[in-house]
Every structure is written in structure tokens, then in C-alpha cells.
Design a protein around this ligand. Structure first.
Ligand code: SF4
Length: 349
């Protein structure tokens, strides 16, 4: 059974694999570098979203040496639109360490890989298998779903993940680790899809327990608790300029942010009034339900318009010309707000 299953999966992959840009390489080091970049980009992001970003990135940074010499803002710029910017920072930091401490060669060692920022168990396993052809398998959502359905596992017990891992060890190919790891991911992505799995063209349909049971639900949903946080977004204008600020929060550092402060019952309780800038006229709430989601945090934002800022006392604040905003590296909520300004035409309320 072991070889029968793995051979079927490998044969299917050989005939149907997608032509992805990180699967085309010139030489071993090029392959390793492309796998490294793609694995960072694919964390929490779909393949089709990643492809154009990957191509652009590789054009600018064709190898690890070139990337290791890059400035963070240039890497951020190429990452703009892909989200989760910590990945860009971690990738750059990994490239710098590999260049300086490992002579530019990514080490083929699971524990060393995990010591780099942004590389956890999954990414280290995926790199070990795909880049180095070692006996590892990265179990992502695609692989988990495919194996769970194939063997009729339900995600309702603590040992679910362990059962998947044990089963994979049982059926895995004894060689071609790189191809097998990619074949499993591709099966989940293209055939054993979350909705409407394509069983009629599945190479392992005869072995599939879910197909026999006609029950493809393997997941008992465990909904993540959503935290709601309330904020004011300060929208201040001066001629053609909008007020921005440098945030000290780690997540927002390096980005251009609209001033965001935590909600207090009384808008005028905010200490920025005395300390940060002086304004005249009454601030006006122009939108109450601007919603922005980050991971499991739901941000409920009230937009407050300040028509006249007289003086800025805090050098965290600065002006940017409205027409030049697109040249700036905006944080995701700032970008969303600027889009709102443009579409709803609330620039000068
Ligand atoms: S037969 Fe259907 S459910 Fe079973 S592994 Fe193939 S695609 Fe998935």
C-alpha cells in the first residue's frame, strides 16, 4: 500500500504540477534561494496572490547575496500589497545572517533553519524537503485536508495532527522527498480542494475513505475568538496636506500611518490635545463605523476630522501632500482610509 499510494501521487504530480516561478531554477543554489523566498511569501497567502510579487522580487533580488545587501525599505516596497510585513523583515534578516555567518549558503539543517527569524516548524520542514530533498514533509492546510480525507480522519480529537503525521510517515515515498512533499501540497490545492473535491479525477479515489463514506467534512470548526478594539483615527488637513505620524508600535514601525489613538468615552480626554498639536474649531466625527481587521482583532474606528491645526509640538507628527501619498509606504489601515477618501469623496468634509 505504501508504495502504491506514493507512486500514484508522484505520477499524478509529474503530469499535472503547476508551472510556478519558484519551480523553475538554474542550479542548486538558485533553487534553494527561490524556495526560501517563496516559502516566506506563501505564509498565510495563496499561491496565485504570491506569483506576481515573487516575480518582481526575484527580478530586483535575483540571489541571496544581493538580497542580503538590501535596505529594509526597499524590501518593504516590493512587499507592499502582500501584507504581513514582518515576513519581509524576517526574510531580509535571514538573508543577512546566511550571507555573513554561513558564507551565503542556507544550511541544510532543520534546527539551524528554525533559529532564523520567521522560520518555524512548518517552513523549516518545507525548505528541508523542497529545497534540499531531505526526508521531511511540511504539513500545511492542503496536506492536512488531503490526508485527513484520504484516511477518513476527523479533526475532533486532540491527536488529529499527530495522526496525520504518523499516516504520512507510513505512506511517504522512500526517495524523491522534494517531489513527494510538493505533490502532497499540489493534491490538496488542485484536487482535494476545500469545497467540491474533484474526486472523479483523483488518482487515489479507490483508496479514499471519505469518498467511500461520501462524507468530506473533516473539520470541526474551532472559531478563533475575535477581539474588538475601538480607536479614533485623526484626520487633519492643512491646505493639500494630511497629517501622519511615526508610530512607536513595533507592528507599525517603518510605515506611514494616520494618527490612531485608543477610544475614550470623551473625545476631548485625549492627551494629544495638550501635548501633541494645537487646533482650533471643534473636531467632528465624520464616520463611526470604519472597520479594519488584523488577524483576530477587529478594529472599530471612528474618523475624527480636524479642520484647522495651528501648531504641531510633537515631531512624531508630519504632513504629506495628498497627491504624493501614493509614493509612501502606507500601513494597511491608512491605505484603506485613503481609498475610502477617494471612492467616497470625503476629502474635504
Ligand atoms: S477521492 Fe476525493 S476526497 Fe478522496 S482524496 Fe481524492 S479528492 Fe480528496
Amino acid at each position: 500500500m505504501k508504495n502504491v499510494l506514493s507512486n500514484k501521487i508522484l505520477a499524478w504530480y509529474d503530469n499535472h504540477k503547476r508551472d510556478l516561478p519558484w519551480r523553475s531554477y538554474q542550479g542548486f543554489q538558485d533553487r534553494i534561494y527561490k524556495v526560501l523566498v517563496s516559502e516566506f511569501m506563501l505564509q498565510q497567502t495563496q499561491v496565485k496572490t504570491v506569483i506576481p510579487f515573487f516575480k518582481k522580487f526575484i527580478k530586483v533580488f535575483p540571489n541571496l547575496k544581493k538580497l542580503s545587501k538590501a535596505k529594509l525599505d526597499k524590501v518593504y516596497k516590493l512587499w507592499q500589497g502582500l501584507g504581513y510585513y514582518s515576513r519581509a523583515k524576517n526574510l531580509l534578516s535571514t538573508a543577512k545572517t546566511v550571507q555573513s555567518k554561513f558564507n551565503g549558503r542556507l544550511p541544510a539543517d532543520f534546527e539551524t533553519l528554525k533559529s532564523f527569524p520567521g522560520i518555524g516548524d512548518y517552513t523549516a520542514s518545507a525548505i528541508m524537503a523542497i529545497a534540499f530533498d531531505k526526508d521531511f514533509i511540511g504539513i500545511d492546510g492542503n496536506v492536512e485536508r488531503f490526508i485527513a480525507r484520504l484516511f477518513g480522519y476527523k479533526n475532533n480529537k486532540k491527536k488529529f495532527k499527530n495522526s496525520i503525521l504518523l499516516k504520512l510517515k507510513e505512506i511517504k515515498s522512500e526517495k524523491n522527498f522534494s517531489l513527494f512533499a510538493q505533490a502532497l501540497m499540489e493534491m490538496g490545492a488542485l484536487i482535494c480542494t476545500p469545497q467540491n473535491p474533484k474526486c472523479n479525477i483523483c488518482p487515489v479515489i479507490k483508496n479514499c475513505i471519505s469518498f467511500k463514506r461520501k462524507d468530506f467534512n473533516y473539520k470541526i470548526l474551532n472559531k478563533k475568538k475575535v477581539n474588538i478594539k475601538k480607536y479614533y483615527l485623526l484626520y487633519a488637513l492643512k491646505k493639500n496636506k494630511i497629517l501622519f505620524f511615526n508610530s512607536k508600535k513595533k507592528l507599525l514601525q517603518g510605515f506611514v500611518n494616520l494618527p490612531l489613538i485608543e477610544y475614550k468615552k470623551n473625545l476631548f480626554d485625549m492627551n494629544f490635545k495638550k501635548n501633541s498639536f494645537v487646533f482650533s474649531g471643534k473636531p467632528k466625527i465624520i464616520k463611526r463605523n470604519f472597520v479594519h481587521n488584523i488577524s483576530n482583532i477587529k478594529m472599530l474606528i471612528q474618523i475624527v476630522l480636524f479642520k484647522r491645526i495651528i501648531k504641531i509640538n510633537d515631531n512624531q507628527f508630519y504632513w504629506i501632500n495628498y497627491n504624493k501619498i501614493d509614493n509612501s509606504l502606507l500601513s494597511s489601515f491608512s491605505k484603506k482610509f485613503i481609498k475610502l477618501l477617494r471612492t467616497k469623496n470625503i476629502k474635504y468634509v
